[in-house]
Design a protein around this ligand. Structure first.
Ligand SMILES: [Zn+2]
Length: 92
């Protein structure tokens, strides 16, 4: 089963975990990102995932990078805006 977002996968576990456990004996406990599907799956295994945790690390780094990057963009735009304002002032 594939979920578009981690949140959807977690919601699925929340609402269907007990039912799945009663049917299969396994309760999905966590979500993981799947590179080949570009989405999230749920799993009951907790230890299977050297690859998954590597993916998580990469994703986490990417998120951090993006935050820093976005902040830099914001600051740059603000600087540009201020520079334009300065120019306007000089022309007046
Ligand atoms: Zn997959």
């Amino acid at each position: 089963m594939l979920f578009e977002t981690e949140k959807k996968a977690q919601t699925f576990i929340k609402f269907n975990g007990d039912e799945i456990k009663s049917q299969t004996g396994y309760c999905p406990t966590r979500t993981y990102y799947c590179v080949s599907c570009c989405g999230f799956h749920v799993t009951s295994k907790t230890d299977s995932s050297v690859i998954v945790s590597k993916t998580d690390i990469v994703l986490e780094k990417y998120r951090e990078y993006k935050v820093v990057h976005d902040e830099k963009n914001r600051v740059n735009k603000e600087k540009q805006r201020l520079r334009k304002l300065e120019k306007k002032k000089l022309m007046m």
